[in-house]
Design a protein around this ligand. Structure first.
Ligand code: CDP
Ligand code: CDP
Length: 209
């Protein structure tokens, strides 16, 4: 069983992915972390983010052991991730790792931008998570403040909108719902209610199998 979750920035994909994986006893991969890790390696090396050769080298040298580094969560790294993720060669290098993760038993939940469209087009269930940009900015701001960062909600909103725009309009693997995705709007749902709504979608899909 493969559950694909996609959606714009800070829509709650990661939280939902983690909770669904826990509920079903599956493994979870937040694929955004992969692009963030590539971007961070570029930043650390002082590289130009559009340098294809260096970006591909960073993607080839990725170390999943470092995916837990809290610096990857920052806005600066997220913004850089949306620049390096638009490089086709970088995406190409990262496809196999994600597909392998999805295929391993007993099942997997992957969240990102192109899981239902490119990485796992045959996923058993596809959920496209959306929420009002203001709500997303508010949630991300609270999260940053809880980490001790000095976040301004208007700046966070501008960053989210800029990143969504870049992710939707790129030539390769643009952010968009797969034709067979179920859209889940959690603007007015807390985490628990969002998880319940997603489980209902998964159960309905399982019943149809
Ligand atoms: O993975 P993605 O960037 O899409 O979002 P996330 O990191 O899972 O969620 C962004 C923030 O929204 C986190 O602080 C979640 O706890 C929060 N959230 C929420 O308050 N209510 C929801 N229904 C979903 C997420
Ligand atoms: O957590 P948030 O939604 O803010 O971002 P993320 O999921 O960590 O992704 C960071 C950036 O990586 C996105 O803005 C995309 O440009 C890129 N990304 C992607 O291109 N494809 C994916 N499957 C996941 C992320």
């Amino acid at each position: 069983m493969i559950i694909a979750i996609d959606g714009p920035a800070a829509s709650g994909k990661g939280t939902l992915g983690k909770r669904l994986a826990h509920h079903y006893g599956y493994r979870h991969l937040d694929t955004g972390v992969i692009y963030r890790a590539v971007a961070y390696a570029m930043i650390e090396a002082g590289a130009d983010l559009s340098d294809k050769v260096l970006a591909v080298a960073a993607a080839l040298e990725l170390d999943p052991e470092k995916f837990g580094n809290p610096i990857l969560k920052t806005q600066r790294v997220g913004d850089a991730a949306s620049v390096v993720s638009a490089i086709p060669e970088v995406r190409e290098v990262l496809v196999n790792f994600q597909r392998q993760f999805a295929a391993d038993p007993p099942g997997a939940v992957l969240d990102g931008r192109d899981i239902g469209t490119v990485i796992c087009p045959n996923a058993d269930v596809k959920i496209f998570v959306v929420a009002d940009p203001r709500v997303r900015a508010r949630r991300r701001t609270l999260e940053a403040r809880a980490r001790g960062e000095d976040a301004d909600e208007e700046a966070v909103l501008a960053d989210i909108l800029k990143r969504d725009d870049r992710d939707k309009n790129r030539a390769i693997a643009p952010l968009r719902p797969a034709a067979d995705a179920h859209t889940l709007d959690n603007s007015n749902l807390d985490i628990e209610a969002g998880v319940r709504a997603a489980i209902a979608i998964v159960e309905a899909a399982r019943a149809r199998r």
